[in-house]
Design a protein around this ligand. Structure first.
Ligand code: HEM
Length: 762
């Protein structure tokens, strides 16, 4: 026994000394390396290789991070500072504040003996860990959020009395973007609808605009929501596929329940694969009713218009990114905020007269499968949203936020849209389970900034310490408090006294809801040729992933009712005969506003890669990085190895770790010969290393070209283009003698997002 103990000690000491030596070697290697300028810094201060041994004051949060406003559960401001809620003391304690001497070893009967039940610290630590997970959202489980501010323009006053829309009024907000179908850990870039939910912490209470990036919905009546979600979620027997609609149950449902065809077409379009949360539109979908100071009402549809324009990935990019960087959108949002490229959207409204039939030019405003084309009712901007702060703690903020379409403020009310009516029930109901009890609005991220006095009492996790003895009305013991606000003058939310037509109780829909196809055709006809091609490709891909031919044939019948060309192209791809529609196609006007293409937008936050060769012409590369950064874009220097190049330039991506899909444009500053790791055995994406160009760079340039990205080259970089088979005499490929000139031209191209002109649509 004694010998065994000695051996164990010798091994332990040897391991310790090996680790220390390795740490010292690593320390020497990294000494002198600058921190790369790319966003993504993990902590407020870079760590040392050696494990810290002395307690220090807690590190401050990173400058880009913010957190929920520090309010009491009843909405009052507090003097509590961020570090006081952050649990970042010098010493480890129990959850009740007793300092701990050792959290590395459990209390045992001898060092080889059984663990003792009396080890209260072990039990507390493990028990808490065992309960760290909460249920994920039943839909929209995968998401990412940020803090920001909304500023009203004041021009909504004639239609809406909500205080947060007043001119210059600043209201703090939290926004959570999401995908719908996937689990919490699914990839960001799947083809799906995106959520765009905003909580406005207004002086009159929280207002939640729980929107999507698609203006119509799959179903007209909320009672069908579980059906579409069950159809879109993975098959219940094998739990596949994750986070996507390319499977039998989804297409089975939408081909039978044809009111889903409009939303499905949007999903199959480029809207289903956004480039970034920052480049998505948002839509409240339903029609809401607004009320002004005089009590007059209007019907409105809410829109979020991104300042950067609406842009998408290509399908191949989306698939590659799903593997290379499943957190692509989450990272993009956080990186943009960290690097000061604050994303912005204008809130806009389409306004309609509040008529008895609740229609506009024949479009039923209560049907959530219909849009009102912007050409008929322009979107009028009424305020500006800017996202300025990343979360300090994902769970506390993004995971625990609870949106609800019933969180309304005076001036904004709901309509009888049967989808919206169900939503009014669903959100609170699901949050009772997800956030374990009825007090979730007291969680810091949900706390209103307006005073709360709701007479709700008790329940799990009650944070308020209610005074008084009479949480009921009427009472005399608490002096009759709280009183009702007398009306709008006292800031009360007053339900609009909408007349309800005399009717019978029935499970039915209005006749106007029966048109399932005219607006799908409208959307299709509004697309440019390249956008149409993407839609054809998406339908063909998704349907070819369905096992059952009957389902494919049924969906082709639906496509025939939308457009014969679309139907024929998809049918050809599937190897099936194209059916013809039995009824005449609806006659509709295209709405050019639905196309994403044809304009120019700011390039803020766009990522430009600069491919360099260690022994090439590195003069001016640092200046280019500065110029790109000065223009609020992000530069990634892509080199053969990490660290610094011979001129001192810091490399952000190696040929091995970089991939075209994270770039919006690429500049080629040299023709790097195959690097020492350019063999398939060392980097699976490397081809045989043939001079003059590293095969990973060749792949990068080929992909950028195929994905219609702007490419610029000068000096020996032009040889790299030739070696990669990238033609130089086509639109979107810029060559020159000076990097700065080439960058200027590439930046102009980037304003249109991509160079679709060089993509031939047959
Ligand atoms: C009757 C139809 C609908 C029902 C029953 C429903 C239900 C739900 C439920 C249960 C959640 C999870 C909420 C949570 O766990 O906190 C959710 C999330 C969400 N829903 Fe709906 N939904 C419906 C329609 C819609 C529509 C039409 C939109 C868009 C206009 C939408 C946008 C969202 C968004 C953005 C989220 C994520 C909120 C977040 O980020 O936490 N939903 N929905």
């Amino acid at each position: 026994m004694a010998d065994a103990g000695r051996t164990a000690r010798v091994v332990k000491n040897a391991v310790r000394s090996a680790v220390t030596q390795a740490a010292e070697v690593a320390l020497e290697k990294v000494a002198g390396l600058d921190t790369p300028r790319a966003p993504g810094v993990p902590a407020a201060k870079p760590p040392k290789v050696a494990e810290p041994t002395k307690p220090i004051e807690p590190l401050p949060p990173k400058p880009d991070q913010t957190g929920p406003d520090r309010r009491t559960p009843t909405g009052a401001e507090t003097l509590v500072t961020r570090d006081q809620v952050a649990q970042q003391g010098k010493f480890l304690t129990t959850s009740t504040g007793a300092r701990l001497r050792d959290t590395d070893h459990s209390l045992k009967a001898g060092d080889r003996g059984p663990t003792l039940l009396q080890d209260h610290h072990l039990r507390e630590k493990i028990t808490h860990f065992d309960h760290e997970r909460i249920p994920e959202r039943v839909v929209h489980a995968r998401g990412s959020g940020a803090h920001g501010v909304f500023v009203g323009y004041g021009n909504a006053k004639p239609i809406c009395r909500a205080g947060f829309l007043a001119r210059g009024k600043e209201t703090p907000v939290f926004v959570r973007f999401s995908t719908v179908l996937g689990s919490r850990g699914s990839a960001d870039t799947v083809r799906d609808t995106r959520g765009f939910a905003t909580k406005f912490y207004t002086d009159e209470g929280n207002f939640d605009l729980v929107a999507n990036n698609i203006p119509v919905f799959f179903v007209q009546d909320g009672i069908k929501f579980p059906d579409i979600v069950h159809a879109g979620k993975p098959h219940p027997d094998r739990e596949i596929p994750q986070a996507q609609s390319a499977h039998d149950t989804f297409w089975d449902f939408v081909s039978l329940h044809t009111e889903a065809q409009h939303h499905t077409m949007w999903n199959m379009s480029d809207r289903g694969i956004p480039r970034s949360y920052r480049t998505m539109e948002g839509f409240g979908v339903h029609t809401f009713r607004t009320v002004n100071q005089q009590g007059e009402t209007a019907l409105v549809k809410f829109h979020w218009k991104p300042k950067l324009g609406v842009h998408s990935l290509t399908w191949e990019e989306a698939q590659l990114i799903g593997g290379i960087d499943p957190d692509f959108h989450r990272r993009d949002l956080a990186d943009a905020i960290e690097s000061g490229a604050y994303p912005q959207w204008e809130l806009g409204v389409q306004v309609f007269e509040d008529t008895a039939d609740e229609t506009f030019q024949g479009i039923d405003l209560l049907d959530p499968t219909k849009i009102v084309p912007e050409e008929l009712a322009p979107v009028q901007p009424i305020g500006l949203l800017t996202l300025t702060g990343n979360t300090t703690n994902f769970f506390a903020e993004t995971e625990q936020i609870a949106f609800h379409v019933g969180n309304l403020v005076p001036g904004i009310d709901v309509t009888n849209d049967p989808l919206l009516q169900t939503r009014l029930f669903s959100y609170v109901d699901t949050q009772l389970t997800r956030l374990a009890g009825p007090n979730f609005n007291q969680i810091p991220i949900n706390r209103p900034h307006a005073p709360v006095n709701d007479m709700f009492r008790d329940g799990f996790h009650q944070h308020a310490v209610h005074a008084g003895v009479a949480p009921y009305k009427p009472n005399s013991l608490d002096g009759g408090c709280p009183f009702h606000a007398s009306g709008p003058r006292d800031g009360a939310f007053v339900d609009v006294p909408v007349r309800v037509a005399e009717s019978v109780k029935e499970r039915d829909v209005p006749v106007s809801f029966a048109d399932h196809f005219s607006q799908v055709r409208l959307f299709w006809l509004s697309m440019t040729p390249v956008e149409k091609q993407h839609i054809i490709n998406a339908y063909t891909f998704e349907l070819s992933r369905c096992y059952e031919q009957a389902i494919r044939e049924r969906q082709l019948l639906a496509l025939a009712r939308i457009d014969p060309e679309l139907c024929a192209e998809v049918a050809t791809g599937l190897g099936l005969p194209a059916p013809t529609a039995e009824e005449a196609l609806p006659v509709v006007e295209a709405s050019p506003a639905l196309s994403q293409l044809g304009q120019e937008w700011p390039t803020d936050g766009r990522i430009i890669g600069i491919v360099v060769a260690d022994d090439g012409d590195l003069d001016g590369v640092d200046d280019l990085v500065d110029a790109i950064t000065d223009h609020d874009m992000v530069a990634f220097v892509i080199g053969p190895h990490g660290g610094k190049l011979s001129n001192g330039t810091v490399v952000q991506r190696t040929f091995a770790a970089g991939r075209s899909v994270e770039l919006d444009a690429v500049l080629v500053a040299g023709c790097p010969a195959p690097a020492p790791d350019a063999f398939p055995v060392r980097d699976a994406k490397a081809d045989e290393p043939l001079a003059p160009l590293d095969p990973r760079v060749r792949l990068m340039l080929e992909e950028c070209y195929r994905h219609a990205k702007a490419i610029g080259a000068w000096g020996s970089g032009i040889e790299a283009l030739a070696a990669a088979g990238v033609p130089v005499d086509v639109t979107g490929v810029v060559t020159g003698t000076k990097g700065s000139d080439v960058l200027a031209e590439v930046e102009v191209l980037l304003r249109s997002h991509r160079v679709w002109e060089r993509t031939v649509v047959g």
